[in-house]
Design a protein around this ligand. Structure first.
Ligand SMILES: [Fe+2]
Ligand SMILES: [Fe+2]
Length: 398
């Protein structure tokens, strides 16, 4: 691999970066050891990472097929989901009620939206790329818009996934609860889009890794896969990211927006844990559960790659530094590093709680440094207030 990278380094910049993106895709694909997982994720991987379907204009059509599950007896079958439904009805809010009159200037260093050390720009100077104070602020503005754009695209995925799961799930109390989640996700699309459109005036295209996951969820006919992918993986990680941004941003409108969204998302992840724990511990065969274990691990790796911000690299540094060097900078950036830590500290306990972190897969999590979060609290044990605070430090035992 080192020899290969040396050869790649000799290519002209554009070709070199293109080859780097193919090699990275191959690396992700090579990680998929289970043939069932590979055949479930590979077509989405080809569409998202090689054909870059998410960036080919509007609309993106993704075929989906799942069974709608009707029940004409309307059973009260899941008291914990019925309780969440009650709370969700009472927790509804209007996106219009946020303080939209707040003036937001992403170029004003006095009210930073993201902390300055989000990416360590000093390391760029080693590469001969120097940004003056104005450019640094503009770069941070790009990173902010990029990050919030990915949140928005994730919310669109969550809206459609919530609608599909509401049709397909077998729990009747879950369907009623699901209706509130569809409304919640619609509101999240509304408020993130309004913030990007009116306050930042800059929207980025969907990140290829995020596209792969959304494509895979939409096209998989099994409701629990949609659920696992969206409620536990995409939303579970987003919840960590929202919480961290909420604590770090100094921009009051965004802070209020995130606070409200986090309160909704806490219910969504809680529901995901309830529904999947029921399904995975009572309904699935051992073999079916193992497939979910492997799938969750692969998707966790894809999610980790989701935060490489290549779209910002292409805008700012393409031709000035290599794509591979950018990846290194992002991996060691203090802000983004902390982001990944917080996100996985939320995700791993949820995977444990729904029964997908068994001794069979633990060594794989250990190998990528994620087992240290094993003993954290899962979503059904956390209140929205706790989610707004700092996560507990990872267990020393790991
Ligand atoms: Fe959402
Ligand atoms: Fe959600």
């Amino acid at each position: 691999m080192v020899e290969l990278q040396r050869l790649v380094g000799l290519l002209p910049p554009r070709v070199r970066d293109q080859v780097d993106s193919y090699l990275e895709t191959l690396e992700v694909m090579a990680e998929m050891k289970d043939p069932r997982v590979r055949s479930a994720l590979l077509p989405s991987g080809v569409r998202g990472l090689l054909l870059r379907r998410g960036k080919q204009g509007v609309p993106t059509r993704i075929p989906s097929s799942h069974e709608a599950h009707f029940d004409w007896t309307y059973p009260s079958d899941q008291p914990a989901m019925a309780e969440l439904y009650r709370r969700a009805k009472q927790g509804q809010w209007d996106g219009e009620s946020l303080p939209w009159a707040t003036s937001v200037d992403p170029l004003n260093p006095e009210v930073p939206i993201l902390p300055e050390d989000f990416v360590n720009l000093r390391r760029l100077e080693d590469e001969g790329v120097r940004l003056d104070a104005k450019e640094k602020q503009a770069f941070l503005y790009s990173m902010t818009s990029w990050l919030l754009s990915q949140f928005l695209h994730g919310e669109q995925g969550a809206l459609f996934a919530a609608a599909q799961v509401t049709e397909a799930v077998q729990f009747f109390d879950g369907k009623l609860y699901g209706a509130t989640q569809v409304m919640d996700e619609g509101r999240h699309v509304e408020v993130f889009h309004r913030y990007l459109d009116q306050k930042l005036e800059k929207l980025y295209q969907i990140n290829d890794n995020l596209f792969v996951i959304i494509d895979a969820l939409m096209s998989d006919g099994r409701w629990d896969m949609k659920f696992l992918g969206m409620q536990i993986m995409v939303e579970g990680l987003a919840l960590g990211a929202f919480g961290m941004l909420y604590r770090q941003t100094h921009e009051p409108l965004l802070k209020e927006l995130l606070k409200r969204v986090i309160q909704d998302e806490a219910r969504h992840v809680h529901y995901g844990v309830l529904a999947l724990r029921e399904q995975y511990t009572k309904e699935l065969t051992e073999r079916e559960r193992q497939e979910r274990e492997d799938w969750a691990f692969e998707v966790a790796l894809l999610m980790r790659n989701r935060f490489m911000a290549y779209e910002v690299f292409e805008e700012w540094f393409e031709g000035r530094i290599s794509r591979a060097r950018w990846r290194e900078l992002v991996l060691e950036a203090p802000g983004l590093h902390q982001f990944r830590q917080v996100m996985f500290s939320r995700l791993v306990p949820n995977l444990r709680e729904i029964g997908l972190l068994t001794p069979r897969v633990m060594p794989r999590y250990e190998a990528v440094g994620l087992m240290k979060y094993f003993h954290g609290a899962a979503a059904d044990q956390l209140t929205a207030e706790q989610l707004l605070g700092d996560p507990a430090p990872p267990s020393a035992a790991a």
